[in-house]
Design a protein around this ligand. Sequence first.
Ligand code: AQP
Length: 327
Amino acid sequence: MKQIFSGVQPSGNFTLGNYIGAMKRFVDLQDEGNCIYSIVNLHSLTVPKEASELREYTLQLAAMYLSIGIDPKKSILFIQSQVPEHTELGWLMQCTGYIGELERMTQYKDKSEGKEVVTGGLLTYPALMAADILLYNATHVPVGEDQKQHLEFTRDMAARFNKKYGETFVIPEPMIQEFGGRIMSLDDPTKKMSKSSPNAGSYIALLDEPGVIVKKIKRAVTDSEGTVRYDKENKPAVSNLLTIYSACSGESIDAIVARYEGKGYGDFKKDLAEVVVDALTPIQEAYKNWINSPELTTILKDGAERAHAIASATMDKVRKNMGLVTF
Ligand code: AQP
């Protein structure tokens, strides 16, 4: 049986990139194994936030998980900071990893570039992520392509720890989709679609109104060729739009390309907007109910208890193997 773990940061504006690259898949995986999904609020602190903002985004993400179809009867849904073993193992992972390894992470380089102030947490983020995954003996971790390097780091940490202290951790496998593993910005197909982008036109937020989605897709960059075809290298913008179309409609790229033969980008974009709106409307409807539901906190409390039971058993083993005295 697969043991599946993944997390999303509550940094607001969850995007179509988060959804297509990772969250959409979380739903189907509920029938393939034991799923544990986290709202990784401690990771969000690597870029400083207002307390009120973090609180709001945390509950929004919980509502979003439930709105896309995460079933709390099948899966464990919890807030990372409510299970203190994450920070404890996070520290032990910092002491297992090397500074050089952390400094090589492209996400650290990208997010620290040009910043006046960079938190220590931004550098050690992958150690906390390794802890998140290893605490639950995860065999599989569904993530977008941008997390591939962090997953490699997690695997290295698990192997290094096992070698030094004896068999303790399961070595997890990344689950990265070939199509949709990296959804690109609408205004620049060389950058990934990111919820913290200062330009709201570069991403589609899952809660964007239909009119906003239509506008954003209309303004999305394409190229001067005028032909709808998939060619990631020479036509990255159009290929990205085709990937979004395919992920939202369930149709193959070939079938979509065939439909737009001889037609221009205008028709394609108009239909794409419709397809995206159709995919997001049921999520947005469900969200309106979940965000105001008193059940939300009950689900998160129950999730934290169930997560804690697994995490504390792992930590007992870790402390014993590492020589951290317990009485
Ligand atoms: N553009 C993307 N394409 C495919 N997958 C993506 N993911 C993120 N962006 C894309 C995947 O979404 C999951 C949750 O991401 P996260 O919230 O943990 O943070 P992130 O990877 O740093 O994503 P963002 O949207 O860019 O957030 P900010 O702007 O806050 O840093 C992950 O599995 C991720 O791979």
